[in-house]
Design a protein around this ligand. Structure first.
Ligand code: CA
Length: 232
């Protein structure tokens, strides 16, 4: 999994140092210089992990974290502070930070914390390489191993459900009609050639991957047309 990591830090030298170290390890990195900017990037781009400094101009790291969790993000957050302050640490963990580092810290230590957090959050898919893994929020689809996870939790899909998800998620935002999906699945499994069959499979798929199948976040109904996977 080539994870995307958002760094929220106003100190240019510190941010650059972390960015460089993470990029050397093959991670994709986004930078934000304030809490507001960070929140927008964290909600809009759904990074796999956030490195968040407590001391920021405007809303601080605590407030950003509080708003991030309130917006439903479960991305692991590694908080940074300039002071070895137990109070900061407690507040951060209570607000939903997953780990905490005190400045100054070594980049090697930061890398090992990041790796541990990714593994904890995404399980063994954190080690999968390359672009054969599709991620959206905490949904992880490993195309080669035909495995699906929400966070670290494995989800068992039928071959038909997996194929539907694979097609939709491979092109987020692309609308597939029920007829198109039937056509794509034709070679794969002898399906009843009634388009309503697709609705049934999508319904079962949603029961397994969505928090609230009535208000799906991943597989969306495009009324009167078909289905599309959510764009990031
Ligand atoms: Ca700072």
């Amino acid at each position: 999994m080539s994870a995307t990591i958002l760094i929220v830090e106003d100190e240019h030298a510190v941010a650059r140092g972390i960015q460089y170290a993470l990029q050397q390890e093959g991670y994709t990195v986004a930078l934000a210089k304030s809490g507001e900017e960070g929140l927008e990037a964290a909600v809009g781009q759904a990074p796999d992990l956030v490195v968040l400094d407590v001391r920021l101009p405007g809303i601080d790291g605590f407030e950003m974290l509080r708003r991030l969790r309130a917006a439903g993000s479960k991305a692991p957050v590694l908080m940074l502070t300039a002071r070895d302050d137990e109070v900061d640490k407690v507040i951060g963990l209570e607000l939903g930070a997953d780990d905490y580092m005190t400045k100054p810290f070594g980049l090697r230590e930061l890398l090992s914390r990041v790796k541990a957090l990714l593994r904890r959050a995404y399980g063994d898919l954190a080690d999968a390489q390359g672009g054969r893994v599709i991620r959206h929020r905490d949904l992880v689809i490993d195309l080669e191993r035909r495995r699906v996870q929400r966070g670290a939790k494995r989800i068992g899909l039928t071959p038909t459900e997996f194929e539907i998800l694979r097609h939709l998620a491979s092109r987020p935002g692309r609308v597939y009609t029920r007829g198109e999906l039937l056509e794509l699945l034709r070679d794969y499994e002898a399906l009843d050639q009634d388009e309503k069959t697709i609705n049934v499979h999508v319904s079962h798929l949603r029961d397994k991957i969505e928090d609230d199948p009535a208000r799906p976040v991943f597989v969306q109904t495009i009324r009167g047309v078909g289905y599309a996977f959510a764009e990031r």
